[in-house]
Design a protein around this ligand. Structure first.
Ligand code: SAH
Ligand code: SF4
Ligand code: F3S
Length: 433
């Protein structure tokens, strides 16, 4: 007689890399007779796929973990696994800190998730790096059906002084181009229309092809209509890449290009390896070669030794560069990174004030930029149904702006169409068709 299928629930925190790792863990478990359920209450196994990028992300996980402890008291057979960046960072120590955790598995070891759960005996699989992760093919179980995430590289070599990622994800490894292309071809056969290529620094992709060459190849894959990629590091953004973006009709006119600070002094302390002037020149070139491109960025407020003048430079950079959107964060010292030990840590309240000023100024800029789209025609890809209003479809413009579209008989998911933008808000655009 067949054993009853084990039920698992995955709670995912953090970036798209983690979202995709969860899709891979689900793929592996599904092909080993496990079944995904949508709540921890219904599960035999709960996997936390964690993020340690900032203190807040860590807190979020530890408070969820506290909640699951109660559930385990009621359901002693429940297995609890911790995966992701916190798992890698804390390793075995997590087992000590939380006696109800059964196993810990790092992001470079997710291919071992099934075996680890089989012997969930308070073990930690985080030792060393996985030097062959880029060659490890894993089944993927995606919940999306139009747009798919695809890893092109793993790890990071940059060691920005504030960042935990190189410590949790190991050194850069690029997947062979053929393996990426095969995966995207099979996605196209399944009906996917859009791919987002993932890497901590996609433009340092280096295998048998470089990143622009890889993009040009993917642009030829039939059935795929749109190509996106995250994240690009300004230091490696080449003219060759901008040319390929301009010349490949499927590559969307959007670039996420984290600036972090408008002060060259702070950028240097961050080990970003570009000056503000260099960044500015790259944006100018991008806008010259691809006039409609949308550029988004990340900013850190209150890095060690950031003075009022440095902060003013960041504020000025936002005015000057006029981003389509930003993600801004208070500096959060991460154990094991060099910035955590720097002199001149900025007072928490100052960090918060600076962050608020950054968000306020950018809110106006984002809204103004979106308003400019009112009355224009934009190509959109319909990719889902609005979570709040099931009478609306959602889609994205090529510039990655969210748009809502009223339902009608001619509209379906996966459709690419040109629409008139009737109304623009800070967070989304609307069309009445
Ligand atoms: N690989 C990507 C981003 C990774 S993390 C890149 O290089 O752009 C995403 C963002 O989190 C970073 O761009 C940075 O702005 C922010 N971040 C990373 N570490 C941080 C820290 N210690 N404190 C505050 N923000 C941080
Ligand atoms: Fe972190 Fe810098 Fe690597 Fe991005 S490039 S993951 S910010 S170390
Ligand atoms: Fe991503 Fe968080 Fe790790 S942002 S790489 S899951 S620290």
């Amino acid at each position: 007689m067949r054993n009853e299928q084990k039920k698992y629930y995955i709670a995912t925190f953090g970036c798209q890399m983690n979202v995709h790792d969860s899709e891979k863990m689900a793929g592996i478990l599904n092909s080993n007779d496990y079944k995904e359920v949508s709540s921890a209450q219904d599960a035999d196994v709960v996997i936390f796929n964690t993020c340690s990028i900032r203190e807040k992300a860590e807190h979020k996980f530890f408070s969820e973990l506290g909640r699951i402890k109660m559930l385990k008291k009621k359901k002693p057979g429940l297995k609890i696994a911790v995966a992701g960046c916190i798992a890698q960072q804390h390793g075995k120590k997590l087992l000590k800190r939380a006696s109800f955790v059964d196993c810990v598995i790092g992001p470079q070891n997710i291919h071992q998730i099934f075996d680890t759960l089989q012997h969930a005996d308070r073990s930690a699989v985080t030792s060393g790096g996985n030097e062959t992760i880029a060659e490890t093919e894993m089944p993927v179980f995606r919940k999306t059906d139009i747009s798919a995430l695809v890893n092109i590289m793993y790890g990071c070599n940059n060691f920005c002084s504030y960042c935990i990622v190189p410590h949790t994800r190991g050194r850069e490894q690029s997947r062979a181009s053929q393996s990426i292309i095969n995966e995207i071809r099979s996605l196209a056969e399944k009906g996917y229309k859009e791919v987002t290529l993932l890497g901590q620094n996609v433009n340092s992709y280096a295998s048998d092809l470089d990143f622009p060459e890889l993009l040009a190849k993917i642009n030829e894959i039939e059935g795929i209509l749109r190509i996106r990629f995250v994240t690009s590091n300004p230091k490696d953004l080449s003219e060759k890449l901008i040319e390929v973006m301009r010349d490949s009709e499927k590559i969307c006119e959007h670039l996420h290009l984290p600036l972090q600070s408008g002060s060259t002094k702070i950028l240097s302390m961050m080990n970003r390896k570009y000056s503000y002037e260099k960044y500015f020149q790259k944006v100018e070139l991008l806008r010259k070669m691809i006039p409609d491109i949308a550029i988004t960025t990340d900013i850190i407020a209150g890095f060690p030794q950031e003075t009022d003048d440095d902060h003013a430079l960041t504020m000025n950079s936002l005015r000057e560069l006029s981003f389509d959107g930003i993600y801004a964060f208070k500096f959060s010292p991460r154990k094991g990174t060099s910035a955590a030990l720097m002199d001149g840590q900025v007072d928490q309240t100052v960090r918060a004030e600076r962050l608020q000023e950054i968000l306020d100024i950018q809110n106006d800029i984002t809204e103004l930029k979106n308003k400019k789209l009112e009355g224009t025609t934009q190509e959109i890809l319909i990719d889902g149904i609005d979570e709040k209003d099931s009478g609306l479809y959602t889609g994205r413009t090529r510039t990655n702006k969210i748009i809502t579209v009223p339902k009608n008989d001619n509209i379906r998911k996966g459709l690419l169409l040109n629409v008139l933008i009737n109304q623009a808000n800070r967070h989304s655009l609307n069309t009445i068709l």
